[in-house]
Design a protein around this ligand. Structure first.
Ligand code: SF4
Length: 867
């Protein structure tokens, strides 16, 4: 079948689903080019539509084919009856940046002045030029068209040519009551379709509101754009696919960019911070306002500048748009284009000797209180060349470490392509495959072969499927007191600080080495007293919401929910001697608090130990062939440099916090768990047992996720030892292959086997719930991070707590009494703590052992080489 016939067939199949075809790949683009060279062109209108509208711009391989063909036409080396040289320049001008930039710069010197002028007109509106900026500066010395481009950038014509947000926006309300998390908007079970935005968008709300798509389509018939409205919107993971799906259903097309939309309005009583940012980055309009008077199908007028929502002539809600630059972001097509464009304008003005522009809204900066800084404020300050930053300050800190995982990796790749970037400026970028490695689909296998070379060729480091969970690796790559980000909401460094983000911002941070940030306020959690016997760190994780609820700073109820942590930085102190692996248990769970980030104040000794261990790990990775080796070596060298002068930042005594929560360890005498199905719904074990609403029998137990470290698996093993087969379905999934291998060496796997446990490839497993799942309706005890409805299994009821309590539940098939739990822990663990809670200190192992742990994957099919 010819390419055209095939593509038409594909288009028809997709049309049956109500979605457009996927964009052309490079091979298809090359075939299209040949058809456009024919005289006459058969079916010219259709083919030109494909050429104009169905090829991704940027540095997509198909864009390369398109740009090269257009360049050949301009240079007289190719001919198409449908595309004149002038038209070729115009089409290049629609390609956003990347492969179109050089042909356009070359065209500035074309002997035909009309073509040169067209090229200048095109370049004036192109922002993604990176180093080509310097070529324009050089050319502008002798070429009037290049000078025009420079002047246009300096005057921000790229921005001023776009219409500002309207005074009044009329929309039809699509309301989802209660809380809508990102898994509702972009289900984990459909993660494999995320980079295909229209297809993935079909799964939006499929569990929560099965007729959602029909409803949206029906509402569109009222003739207005549809706005997403909810009480609490976008909690949960950082997946940008959630915003993509909302944009797809409720936004407008972006000219010449296939299968992507922008500009949707999202109104939420609370909009979770990362989701708020991803809506901003997508060119949408996020509005936090009271939604109690908005109902499904209402036609409302939004007055964004006046901050009011009018229904039937009556003001039903007022709001203040934030940040103060939001209107510029909306006008520019999103926060990222605005930042890139603003920098381009600034650079052009510097070259031309013009003063500071007065075109863009300046980010609001708070008054300096003159008080001290918190740890987070100092770490971010350091990344900005400042002593500290105040809450509310807009800054663009240097981002030294960036993480990308597999279910968002392809979206991040697409965003990098859209940013037209062929290299990373961030010092260390890491890609993992932890969410899909256990049971890969064909699309995943394809990704394992294509994504690593993409990352490595840009200077990033790629893990391999089966290596384990992103955070358990990424934490080991982090430099103390530095800033990072990652496309996974649990990117929460135990040392330094990380602001997790959607894939658009992650791509931006990787490409530019900076990220936009409005510094959040901080909430201090201060532990004091002594950890009581039988109480674990996981119980302290749950103690944070437990004590916040007691102080009236957090509510479980969604309607009018109070959450002191929402969008703020959770800063934890009072446990300075925790190992860094343990500190991550606390930091990781800041995601469940909807905190923007987390710091854990540690003494330097555990950090020194961790860094020494990680240098050894990185060197073993290089030996084992991990790439990009130069990036790995650079990171090891920086770690060594830190060890030469191991000083950690500390908060000032008079630093200011939005709230301070004191937790007395002496008051915590028993396990605390998060109850089905809300990580905020925490209770002590005895409270759970006394509560008739709570299920007591446990069907399945999961010990796994990034919340765990090797100590948890030894504790599990010790409790299971000698107990024979357990009555529950027990899942055991260590976070990394090094943990897994070490546990095998130590004999723990034989204990899991004797218990009848199901062990899986190191990775996310049930925590993500996108592959293996618990039985429908099962009651589960899990060590994983979150227990949102349907995440782990359909209608599953999930408790979250420690590995120790999980092990006891596995043996008993029910929640134990506090006494039972204490007795088992006392007899099985107490006295063996030094052996059980011992972490992977690679620098204390001999070379042969470290090499084996790092080199060997137990799954031969995953021993892929990306050299
Ligand atoms: S283990 Fe769970 S929380 Fe951690 S990265 Fe994987 S899915 Fe996310």
């Amino acid at each position: 079948m010819s390419f055209v016939a095939e593509y038409r067939k594909h288009t028809e199949e997709r049309a049956k689903l109500g979605i457009p075809p996927i964009p052309l790949n490079a091979k298809q683009a090359a075939e299209l080019v040949e058809l456009l060279k024919q005289v006459p062109i058969i079916d010219e209108d259709y083919l030109m539509d494909l050429f104009l509208n169905r090829i991704n711009p940027g540095v997509d391989e198909a864009a390369y084919v398109k740009a090269a063909f257009l360049n050949d036409i301009i240079q007289g080396k190719a001919f198409s009856p449908a595309i004149s040289p002038k038209r070729a320049v115009q089409i290049l001008g629609t390609m956003i940046g990347g492969y179109n930039v050089k042909p356009l710069i070359d065209a500035l010197s074309h002997k035909d002045e009309e073509i040169a002028q067209e090229a200048a007109n095109a370049l004036k509106n192109i922002l993604l030029v990176y180093d080509a900026f310097n070529d324009i500066v050089e050319l502008a010395k002798t070429n009037k068209y290049a000078k025009q481009v420079l002047e246009s950038w300096a005057n921000a014509e790229w921005f001023l040519n776009k219409p500002p947000a309207a005074e009044k926006i009329t929309v039809t309300v699509f309301k989802v009551p209660g809380e809508t998390n990102t898994d509702d908007l972009s289900p984990a079970s459909e993660a494999f379709t995320r980079s295909d935005i229209p297809l993935h968008a079909l799964s939006m709300l499929k569990a929560k509101m099965p007729d959602a798509i029909e409803k949206i389509n029906e509402l569109k018939k009222k003739g207005y754009p549809v706005a997403f409205v909810g009480d609490v919107v976008g909690t949960g993971s950082s997946r940008k696919s959630a915003a993509n799906s909302v944009m797809w259903h409720m936004g407008r097309d972006i000219p010449y960019v296939p299968n992507k939309r922008t500009g949707a309005v999202v109104i939420g009583g609370i909009i979770a911070p990362i989701f708020f940012n991803t809506v901003e980055d997508s060119g949408g309009l996020p509005i936090e306002a009271d939604v109690s008077k908005l109902e499904m199908g209402d036609v409302i007028d939004i007055y964004p500048y006046e901050g009011k929502i009018v229904k039937n002539g009556e003001v039903v809600a007022t709001f203040k748009m934030k940040p103060n630059t939001i209107f510029d972001e909306y006008r520019a097509g999103g926060r990222i284009p605005l930042i890139i464009g603003r920098n381009l304008t600034r650079k052009a003005r510097e070259v031309l000797g013009l003063g500071e522009e007065n075109i863009f809204t300046k980010p609001e900066q708070p008054a300096d209180t003159g008080k001290g800084y918190t740890l987070a404020q100092k770490i971010v300050g350091k990344a900005c060349g400042l002593k500290g930053v105040r809450p509310g300050m807009y800054v663009e800190p240097q981002v030294s470490t960036v993480g990308s995982q597999d279910t968002t990796g392809l979206m991040t790749r697409d965003e990098i392509v859209e940013l037209a970037a062929l290299g990373f400026s961030a010092d260390f970028v890491l890609q993992s495959f932890c969410h899909t490695a256990a049971y890969p689909k064909p699309a995943d296998i394809k990704m394992y072969h294509t994504l690593p070379p993409f990352i490595i060729s840009r200077g990033g480091v790629s893990l391999k499927p089966g290596d384990g969970v992103i955070h358990s690796w990424l934490n080991r790559m982090v430099l103390p007191d530095t800033v990072g980000t990652g496309g996974d909401s649990h990117t929460r460094f135990p040392i330094g600080i990380s602001f997790p983000a959607g894939s658009g911002l992650v791509a931006f941070a990787a490409v530019t080495g900076t990220m936009p940030l409005v510094m959040p306020e901080s909430v201090l959690v201060r532990f004091k007293g002594e950890l009581q016997p039988g109480v674990t760190l996981r119980d302290l994780v749950n103690a944070i919401p437990y004590f916040a609820i007691k102080q009236g700073l957090l509510t479980v109820e969604k309607k009018g929910k109070k959450n002191v942590f929402n969008g703020r930085i959770l800063e934890i102190e009072g446990l300075p001697n925790l190992k860094v692996e343990q500190a991550f248990e606390l930091a990781d769970a800041s995601a469940e608090r909807s905190a923007a980030a987390c710091t854990v104040r540690l003494n330097k000794e555990p950090v020194i130990e961790f860094i020494q261990s990680n240098i050894k790990l990185i060197e073993a990775m290089i030996k084992a062939g991990y790439q990009d080796a130069r990036t790995l070596q650079r990171r090891a060298d920086k770690m060594k440099a830190w060890l030469d002068n191991p000083v950690l930042l500390e908060p000032d005594e008079d630093a200011e916090y939005a709230a301070i929560i004191e937790i007395d360890l002496n008051e915590i005498k028993e396990p605390i768990v998060a109850c089905p199905n809300d990580p905020d719904d925490v209770a002590t074990l005895s409270e759970v047992l006394a509560d008739e609403r709570r299920p007591k029998n446990i069907d399945e137990v999961f010990v796994g996720s990034c919340q765990t470290n090797i100590g948890h698996y030894r504790a599990l093993g010790e409790i299971l030892r000698g107990e024979g087969q357990v009555p529950t379905r027990l899942w055991v999934v260590p976070p990394t292959k090094m943990d897994q291998r070490m546990l095998m060496e130590e004999g723990y796997y034989s204990i899991y086997g004797a218990a009848g446990a199901r062990t899986e490839v190191p990775g996310c497993s049930l925590c993500m719930g996108n592959q293996a799942r618990v039985r429908d309706g099962a009651t589960v005890f899990s060590t994983s991070t979150r227990n949102f409805d349907n995440r782990m299994g359909k209608d599953a009821k999930v408790y979250l707590g420690s590995a120790e309590l999980a092990a006891v539940c596995a043996i008993l098939g029910r929640l134990p009494t506090v006494e039972e739990y204490m007795n088992i822990v006392k007899s099985k663990i107490i006295g063996k703590e030094d052996k059980v809670y011992k972490y992977l200190n690679f620098h204390l192992l001999d070379d042969e052992m470290v090499d084996m742990l790092v080199r060997d994957s137990l799954l031969p099919i995953y021993q892929l080489s990306y050299v």
